[in-house]
Write a protein that binds this ligand. Structure first.
Ligand code: UFG
Length: 330
């Protein structure tokens, strides 16, 4: 029996496939390569270049392969883009998930681990954030992810499918092998943008706002290593395989770092001065996002290995230094 990973050529998807293969699992990948990369596909996984909105092609994968469980990463994930082009998010994220669930129900595949986000909470009422806290997304990306969670809950009631939604905080870092890492186009995330400075691709890093109510005025985030996220997916799948019921888990380290602290960390790790300049706030940024991941630790037995920001930064720097253009050959 195989595990089907949708979006397995993307950033978090490819790292999860590497962990699954290392754990001896048989893996099938579906990815349309719109934002994923063929070079990120693990050589031991069977790869289908298929868009999850293509029901016929997806049905063919379920018919050809013997699928035991599904891990679903295939979605658009840029907050800013979701505000300027919301219908793209309804199409790729909501409609894509609907087609996937139709195909799963038709083929009696009843277990799915789903890539959700801290953006489902919106502006938090308190930190650390618990899974039971209010969900009130402030952008269309978070809204579609929350709707996808709800879609699964209704399909579960009707058809008995079981799901785990994993709400990630700030995914970062790269595989310690140096073979895969973060590559977005355009890049919008803080750590890869900072590392473009010592890589000679950017003169300085912009700090989006230093007038937040935090210790140094810059936004606080909970940075979690991508391999720790990957491990949580395997644990969540095992939980469903053992009969676990529908559940939602936050995934973060439970420690917040300001933007200035992250830049300082990059200065330490790279040995580069990394000039920074303060710019206006970016629309829609909550001041602080910090996870309580107590539930994932207690219920899934999750133990993040990379709980130190310098170590996380070193893995990211190792990747970006050796792959300044990501997976693209220039
Ligand atoms: N930031 C800067 N300068 C930059 C880029 C980012 O100061 O050049 C700041 C942002 O304003 C924010 C922090 O760095 O305060 C982190 O920004 P990222 O873009 O790296 O990450 P976000 O916290 O905005 O987004 C992450 C995930 C999203 C998810 C969101 C939940 O990437 O997928 O958390 O709020 F939706």
């Amino acid at each position: 029996m195989a595990i089907l990973v949708l979006g397995g050529a993307g950033y978090i998807g490819s790292h999860t496939v590497y962990e699954l293969v290392d754990a001896g699992r048989d893996v099938v990948i579906v990815d349309n390569l719109q934002t994923g990369f063929k070079a990120a596909v693990h050589p031991k996984a069977r790869f289908y270049q298929v868009d999850i909105r293509d029901r016929k092609a997806l049905d063919e994968v379920f018919e050809k392969e013997s699928i035991d469980g599904v891990i679903h990463f295939a979605a658009s994930s840029q907050v800013g883009e979701s505000m300027s082009d919301p219908l793209k998010y309804y199409d790729n994220n909501m409609y894509g998930t609907m087609v996937l669930l139709q195909s799963m129900v038709a083929h009696n595949v009843g277990k799915i681990v789903f890539s959700s986000t801290a953006a489902t909470y919106g502006e938090p009422e308190r930190v650390p954030i618990l899974e039971s806290d209010r969900t009130c997304p402030t952008n269309c990306y978070g809204e579609t992810k929350l709707s996808m969670e709800k879609m699964m809950a209704w399909v579960s009631k009707a058809h008995g499918l079981r799901f785990v939604a994993l709400r990630y905080f700030n995914a970062c870092g790269a595989h310690t092998s140096g073979k895969i890492g973060e590559a977005h186009s355009p890049e919008t995330h803080l750590i890869p943008l900072i590392l473009q400075v010592p890589n000679g691709q950017r003169a300085k890093i912009s700090i989006f706002g230093d007038d937040y109510a935090t210790k140094d005025g810059t936004c606080i985030r909970d940075y979690i290593h991508v391999t720790d996220l990957a491990q949580a997916h395997i644990l969540a799948l095992d939980y469903l395989m053992k009969g676990g019921e529908n559940n939602v888990f936050n995934l973060g380290n439970g420690v917040g770092f300001t933007v200035k602290e992250v830049i300082d960390c990059a200065r330490r790790v790279t040995g580069h001065p990394i000039p920074a300049e303060t710019c206006p706030r970016r629309a829609g940024d909550p001041a602080q996002l910090i996870a309580s991941s107590v539930k994932a630790k207690e219920v899934l037995g999750w133990k993040p290995r990379f709980d130190d920001l310098d170590t996380i930064m070193s893995t990211a720097w190792g990747w970006h230094k050796s792959h300044p253009h990501g997976f693209e050959e220039v």
